[in-house]
Write a protein that binds this ligand. Structure first.
Ligand SMILES: Cc1cc2nc3c(=O)[nH]c(=O)nc-3n(C[C@H](O)[C@H](O)[C@H](O)COP(=O)(O)O)c2cc1C
Length: 324
């Protein structure tokens, strides 16, 4: 353990069980993060992954730097990096910190990275020697917290247990585990018996991620695994109010009318924020449609399909106004 980092503050208060908004490429941009913060206030939000190329590219690209420096009030934001070269990742981490980022995360889960010499994301789980250099180097370069988001393994779901000593000894502050293998991508279900064993065997705080669709499922997961907190991805994009229901044990699952109101408010709000962030009708509509691919409520399947087919914001808005 590297002593100088023992005093790091976690991005949540001691004793709290943080509910985090997951990093989701194409979705959790600064407008979406702000919507969540204004509406349901996750305890921690993550950027989409910031892809870090070869060291010669010198730090973050401009759009990522903008994401890194975007304001989030007092809600901690974690910037996530994905890359292969530890030198480049260190430069990017320094760059992000100069842009105001306090909390950094390394992506060891993305199943779509390259898998050979330039392995990134989850593919790095096949390159342990690279990780043995990368993780301590990032730890040394990061002044605030350094966390890792990891799958249960590349192809073996037990691989995670062989990685825990590296994470602990390098002074990583907390782990987020999505217990599917990289090879599995998004098939099957997250196996949270693995999460439970990781919590048992690991001295670091462990955040459970994967397939949390209802408040009851989230609460059960906390109880069964002893995880320090939860990270919500697709379930939250489907319904941001999942955060509220998780916080309030007496809240019932929403009725159809409540869901209609939620979806209407969600789309109105997102349309307004996306119109400021993105340029032009086509791009705004495409970004909204991407969100709708995660809105899975069967009661609105017809309306969602219609919205996904619209060609103008006017037509989209008309359908939104008919929802509730
Ligand atoms: C469209 C999409 C984009 C994603 N982008 C990222 C990303 O940028 N970084 C990351 O660590 N995970 C990413 N993930 C994985 C999620 O953060 C999360 O680990 C996964 O979806 C499982 O959680 P869930 O069942 O709550 O969605 C992405 C997932 C999806 C579906």
């Amino acid at each position: 353990m590297i002593d100088s980092h023992k005093s790091n503050r976690l991005p949540w208060a001691t004793g709290n069980t943080p509910l985090m908004l997951a990093p989701m490429q194409g979705l959790t941009n600064r407008a979406m993060r702000a919507l969540f913060i204004d509406w349901v206030r996750p305890d921690v939000v993550f950027t989409e992954f910031m892809r870090v190329g070869h060291a010669s590219r010198k730090g973050l690209i401009r759009s990522d730097r903008k994401e890194a420096s975007s304001p989030h009030g007092d809600v901690p934001m974690v910037a996530q990096l994905v890359g292969h070269s530890y030198e480049a990742l260190v430069i990017a981490a320094q760059d992000a910190q100069e842009a105001g980022v306090e909390h950094l995360n390394l992506n060891l889960g993305c199943p779509y990275g390259r898998t050979t010499s330039g392995a990134t994301g989850g593919a790095l789980l096949q390159h342990i020697a690279v990780l043995e250099k990368m993780i301590p180097a990032l730890r040394a370069a990061i002044h605030g917290t350094f966390s890792i988001k990891v799958r249960s393994g590349y192809s073996d779901p037990q691989q995670i247990f062989s990685l825990l000593p590296l994470f602990e000894q390098s002074g990583v502050d907390f782990l987020i585990i999505h217990p599917r293998t990289v090879v599995q991508q998004y098939q099957g279900l997250a196996d949270h018996t693995i999460t439970q064993k990781v919590v048992e065997q690991c001295s670091l705080p462990v955040i459970a991620n994967g397939d949390i669709r209802t408040a009851a499922a989230g609460r059960r997961l906390l109880q069964e695994t002893g995880a320090a907190g939860l990270m919500l991805g697709r379930g939250a994009i489907n319904d941001p109010l999942l955060f509220e229901r998780l916080r309030n044990p007496t809240a019932a699952e929403p009725t159809r009318a409540e869901q209609a109101m939620m979806l209407q408010r969600y789309m109105r709000d997102l349309l307004s924020r996306y119109s400021e962030l993105f340029c032009g009708e086509v791009q705004v509509l495409n970004k909204l449609k991407k969100v709708l691919t995660f809105v899975e409520e069967p009661a609105f399947a017809k309306q969602v399909t219609q919205m996904k087919r619209t060609k103008t914001i006017e037509a989209f808005t008309a359908l939104v106004e008919e929802l509730a």
